[in-house]
Unconditional design. Sequence first.
Length: 312
Amino acid sequence: MSVADIGEFGLIARVTARLDPGRASLLGPGDDAAVVAAPDARVVACTDVLVDGRHFRRDWSSATDVGHRAAAANLADIAAMGALPTALLVALCVPPNLPVEWAEGLAEGLSAEAAKVGAGVVGGDMSASPTITVAVTALGDLAGGSPVLRSGARHGDVVALAGRTGHAAAGLTVLSRGFRTPKVLVGAYRRPEVPYLAGPAAARAGATAMIDVSDGLLADLGHVAEASGVAIDLRRDAFEAPRQMSDAAQALGVDPYDWMLTGGEDHALAATFPARVALPDGWRPVGRVGVGSGVTVDGQPYAGPPGWDHFR
């Protein structure tokens, strides 16, 4: 059964039946707009988009996988501001011949990922399109705290990382070479494991700057360095490839450090902290902030692109 068989409102009914609006929702799907509680009186907001054939492939990922990835990309940005995610709005554009079960699986993935942090899907929009496009807007609550910006890093700060890097990039390489294993790497590409709570914890601990690692650690820390007017130097020995990543890299002729330093979509969080601050649980030191500009590894520029660029 296709989307065209049940029509727009039939599809909406099937999708919304699979959504949990979350605890912050005062009014979920069904009216012209949702109503979401904002006890802080400020709302953190971000948006991201996934396009079939560009950000995902249906022969590599299930619809539920895509839902998890679409939600994670946005929830991680909220966490990187030091906020707690509260709600998602989803705009879905699909071809009329798309099987209904694909849209249902997408909704299940979106709702399940949002539920990890107590958030929910509270509304959105649908339209026909020759290409599947999933556009998600996330809302978050600062709970009385200040947002952690990219521009606050200072000379002498410690650079720290929460979560893992390189796994999703390794999984993408494995899939692009026609393989489906190791499962730990392919699974990381399909459904990232995001340290959502590490963001608010970093804010409470006094993080001076923070960012979601979506395009590559070097590229994203480059944004922090530029916004803060500082230099950042990472220690190569702070990164160790797990055995399955090392084995896959050797088999594919890839340097695993390329995956860990320049690969995106694991949605780890990178932050800077004053040297006197004890790092919260889940955070580990990986470098230092210094005087100057740019990002280096062991004091040297990194050879090759620092990360993903949509237009290169």
